[in-house]
Design a protein around this ligand. Sequence first.
Ligand code: GLA
Length: 386
Amino acid sequence: MTDIRDETTDGFRATFGYEPSGLWSAPGRVNLIGEHTDYNLGFVLPFAIDRRTVVALGLRDDRIARVASSFADEVVEIDLSRLDPAALDGWAAYPLGVAWALGARGADLAAVPGFDIFVESDVPVGAGLSSSAAIESAVALALNDVWQLGFDRPQLARVGQLAENEAVGAPTGIMDQSASLLGEKDCAVFLDCRSLESRIVELGLADAGLVVLIMDTGISHEHATGGYAERRASCELGARMLGVDSLRDLGVDDLPRARAELDDVTFRRVRHVVTENQRVLDTVAALASGGPRSIGDLLDASHRSMRDDFEISIAELDLAVETAQANGAIGARMTGGGFGGAAIALVATEDLSRVQVAIDGAFAEHGYGVPDTFVVTAAHGASREY
Ligand code: GLA
């Protein structure tokens, strides 16, 4: 962390020519289980990871907002009174979209000063680890502090989601920002996406001698277009046809009726969401009663459901999952929105290098690109650094 914090301060100073007034950071996330359940108002169980986005911020005495980062050459500048989601594009849509979304959620943007922001991040982009939510959460926390808006963390998660939906144009749910803002060290966040009530759940990985291995396929995904939005539309169609507000209102007992009333594709989309919600509840219960070694089958079943029913996996993700399973992983599944990105495997420490070597070998054998495999730990959520 020290390095990236220093780099962020240096970047701010070099770009804007003065000292920032503070530094805020927010982590990426991994979803342990509960995929495509958030926008169906169901349950998720993500955790914040030890990869963070750091934001240095200085207030200005005019109404200009400027944003810069280590991953783009240009400084993007806009007058606060002209903030509009339609006017934002590129990576600047994330930080400036958050400023706009704070206004849309009730902050009086006519009464606040402009700002300069420099963003630095070590959350891998396009890997399904929510690099975008990390930016949104860090910026939301920073602006909430310096503008003294008094939003609580669940409200800031909504702000980040609104920025993502409107300024970036990705119709995503509330999970990523919630994990980034609410995460705690060594714990997962059990979130009810309807009530937004959350509970911190001990993972107990270290005590069980386990680690979570990320297996990044290197195939980047894009949620503003394509399959993600299509899946969301199928879920909404299924809910409408079954006469419920959201798929959250259905349980596994309702599946026979769903099968009778829906076409095959819509039925399978619905079945994924309904069974996945149940798997999240079962995982939370299993963690409490049997510890993390008892959740392997649930992770495996989640992957099968995403592969066969929701159809959001790809060959590289399936290969990573199967190779991990065949080499001793307790359980494995793709994580995040799908169509690329990463899978996770729950692995005993002593099996870690075997699994990593096997994945490299399997990808080479299939002629796939070189995967990136690395361990993540559950870290604390967004925070002010100084
Ligand atoms: C992406 C979205 C989340 C969630 C997941 C799938 O990460 O940003 O809101 O829908 O996909 O679980």
